[in-house]
Design a protein. Structure first.
Lengths: 243, 243
DNA sequence: GCCCGGTTCCAACAAAAGTTAAGGACGCGA
DNA sequence: TCGCGTCCTTAACTTTTGTTGGAACCGGGC
């Protein structure tokens, strides 16, 4: 993938949640990006490491996670093309969590130095990126609610719909059908349940004719029931630049 | 409380996690702040509302929370004097959660307009505040892990130690003794468990001689066991400006 | 084709957490 | 001082989730 296409994905996504000045777009288009390919299930940056670049997902899925003393892992967020999952490292230099690929992925790296300079030159872009990190935080808040208050089937439905609504924006939803390339183990880690229970929940939703999950693809069977179960309100994604 | 003291608390806290230029301190000291008093258990800003100011806690405890369709509430974070719990509203104008007082509180309001202008004039301050919102997000990540992966007793211990380490910075810890002014109902909402179960867990920790919780005060009985249970690593608080 | 490792799937049992219900402590205001 | 409301406390019972262990499936490499 040419690095132009990468930039385009970023701009398209930013545009969705913020209004951007034309000159700022030109600046973003001129950003030096170095592209690297990763296999599936590979660490990009690890908890405790000091980051010097931010990475823009050009292709593939990534996830952020933390592992605690007893070895259990919690997935904190899923990330799709056009996103910068470790933008926070710009000011929180030493990582407090892991960022890794779920699928084979193409990532574009932009150095912190370049970004810092750009921000000083164009405060509008700084605000754009700042807002992006704030939306990131808003998603964490909803994730807390999901894990803390919803029963397991609703948790799964909610994560699915969040992912779908974000994929929709980048044109990756085909009817009631979209990608969610996680193993049941990983789904458990995302929902705060065990893999065995994740399997039970998936089976239950399939048996109830709500949603089907098969080899990393989600197929919605009954949209009404699905939405009702998920209790999803997209406001927290802040996808509208209208404020 | 005079509004000077409020500013001092903010600066002291920011200083702890970032290096600040002297002129920037002067700017912050010159910020116009309007002070207001709130009773306990009162909403400051509500989910869905459009905020025009950010609020700085001068005195008292606050909490952020979200309430879902079935009426269950999840507490997302606790806030103490010197913090700006709704800084995110600067760029995410319509609130996606509630901010309310836990105790009677004194809050200082700073208008978004003032802050925006200040940021354009002094990018260093913008970065300071940006970093502050990133630490906020780091705390949400840890909260997800807490609710998602730790058994209930460890969750409680972890929230307690997080609160203690933050209170310590503002000189509010007296030996093994600090304030945590939540009802058991609220503790349950913070940990993602019911009030009944929260009570069970509190009792258990008391019986095991680990920690005592009495009328909003925490008394640590066995520091070693307490830390071991909590599995607490303060890195995510990013309290050191050394990066 | 066949083996191999990682998934998926499932059942039986154990543990953790939710629900319901009710008594007791405590502070506050009439 | 009494009465009321809020919070705390506890018990008994139910439901959800975790644990263990194993079988079936699937894709890739030999």
């Amino acid at each position: 993938m040419p690095s132009d296409a990468i930039r385009a994905a970023l701009i398209e996504r930013l545009r969705l949640s913020s209004a951007i000045a034309d000159e700022d777009i030109k600046e973003i288009e001129a950003l030096p990006i170095s592209v690297r390919h990763y296999p599936a299930e590979t660490a990009v940056v690890r908890d405790g490491e000091r980051a010097t670049d931010c990475c823009l997902i050009a292709d593939g899925f990534c996830a952020r996670s933390k592992t605690i003393a007893n070895g259990k892992r919690q997935i904190l967020s899923l990330h799709i093309p056009g996103e910068i999952p470790d933008l926070m490292s710009l000011f929180l230099h030493v990582m407090d969590h892991d960022l890794s690929t779920l699928t084979p992925a193409t990532l574009g790296f932009i150095s912190h130095e370049t970004l810092q300079k750009l921000h000083r030159r164009r405060p509008g872009i700084a605000e754009l990126f700042w807002r992006d990190t704030l939306i990131d935080a808003a998603m964490f808040r909803e994730w807390i609610v999901n894990v803390g208050q919803r029963p397991a089937p609703a948790r799964l439905a909610h994560v699915m719909i969040e992912l779908r609504e974000r994929l929709r924006v980048i044109g990756r939803v085909d009817g009631g059908n979209f990608e969610m390339p996680l193993t049941q183990e990983q789904i458990g880690e995302a929902l705060g349940i065990t893999a065995v229970h994740a399997n039970r929940v998936i089976r239950q939703l399939r048996q109830e004719g709500i949603v089907e999950l098969n080899r990393g693809r989600v197929t919605v069977l009954d949209e009404r029931k699905f939405q009702e179960l998920a209790d999803f309100d997209d406001r927290y994604l802040h996808q509208s630049p209208t404020l």
